[in-house]
Design a protein around this ligand. Structure first.
Ligand SMILES: [Zn+2]
Ligand SMILES: [Zn+2]
Length: 336
């Protein structure tokens, strides 16, 4: 987000969810002290099936102007103390520890990231997909971590019905940069965005994140590899510190992106406004979406405002750039 909008955004957005959703945002920080931080919450190193050392992976994100990265190897918790001593910088860059808790039910891979867990989690199995998901989410929470459910369509492992049963989980991947995770569905299975709308329509308040799930930092030109720089989140938080970042994400105070950068996003006085830092050679569509995935309004151009009626069930915004890049704002639940 460009600097000139920071103050405006901060002032206008303090009561974002409180105003529209009609409920308080109890742990929301005061306006005027908030900044945007770009980060990736899902990446691998040689500590599982990545091709590069933790130092090389962290260096890539630091040099590519991210503000934070979470190292999430399969069933392995990397100590990030020394990495932060080398690469960390106050309010500029932070390495957060994490683990991709990787279990399965039958042949279905069930992967849940535990962000900032206090200890390594042993993956748990269960009597069903939903049961195994819940047990691992509970284990992550018990270790003071923040869970996010990964690539539901990888191996067609997790359905909307199963996601809807999981308690104490707010985040799931609507975009994952790995080439074999079926973000868009297929084979009779819905895409992740359709799954998201199905869940939101049922009143299941989940926030959608975009991640790299990067494994290959030495094959950056190979489109069949899982490369960094594919998907990320931009989080609005009072400071660059693990707990502040994760709390903001669990409040839905972030957007997910595969390349679009916002200059302004606000929900106030019954309106939702989205503005983009436009690339001159690109065109943009801003789409406001409600219950059942209904397109409420579809606007061409780099800025749009939607007036919330109160009957939509939820409202979320999405930006589509003419080159295919996208950004997803988090839903605001209305009329409940
Ligand atoms: Zn995975
Ligand atoms: Zn992964």
């Amino acid at each position: 987000m460009s600097r000139r909008f920071l103050l405006l955004f901060s002032l206008l957005c303090a009561g974002l969810y409180a105003v529209v959703a009609g409920q308080p945002a109890p742990s929301a920080p005061a306006a005027g002290s908030l900044r945007w931080f770009k980060g990736n919450t899902h990446t691998h190193t040689l500590n599982s099936d990545g091709d590069s050392t933790p130092d090389e992976v962290v260096r890539w994100y630091r040099e590519n102007r991210y503000n934070f990265v979470v190292l999430t190897d399969h069933n392995f918790l990397t100590d990030v103390t020394a990495l932060n001593a080398v690469h960390g910088a106050d309010e500029k860059f932070l390495v957060i520890k994490g683990e991709e808790v990787s279990s399965r039910f039958d042949s279905k891979p069930l992967h849940i990231n535990g962000l900032d867990v206090s200890r390594r989690i042993e993956p748990l199995s269960g009597s069903s997909v939903a049961d195994a998901l819940q047990k691992n989410v509970d284990a992550i929470r018990a270790a003071d971590g923040v869970p996010h459910i990964n690539h539901p369509n990888f191996g067609w492992a997790i359905t909307a019905d199963e996601l809807a049963t999981v308690r104490n989980n707010r985040l799931f991947e609507i975009y994952n940069g790995h080439p074999r995770v079926n973000n868009l569905g297929g084979n009779g299975h819905p895409g992740l965005e359709e799954i998201w709308d199905t869940l939101l329509s049922r009143g299941v308040e989940l926030y959608g994140i975009a991640v790299d799930d990067a494994h290959h930092f030495k094959r950056l030109g190979d489109l069949s590899s899982s490369r960094p720089g594919m998907g990320w989140v931009v989080v609005r938080a009072p400071r660059l510190e693990a707990r502040a970042i994760l709390a903001a994400m669990e409040r839905g105070d972030f957007y997910a992106s595969t390349g679009v950068e916002l200059s302004d996003y606000r929900v106030a006085d019954g309106t939702m406004t989205v503005s983009i830092d436009p690339v001159p050679t690109s065109g943009y569509r801003i789409r406001f979406i409600g219950k059942g995935g209904t397109v409420l309004e579809d606007v061409q151009g780099p800025t749009a405002t939607y007036r919330i009626k109160g009957t939509e069930g939820y409202v979320r915004a999405k930006v589509i750039e003419s080159n295919g890049k996208q950004a997803w704002m988090q839903p605001v639940m209305v009329g409940r």
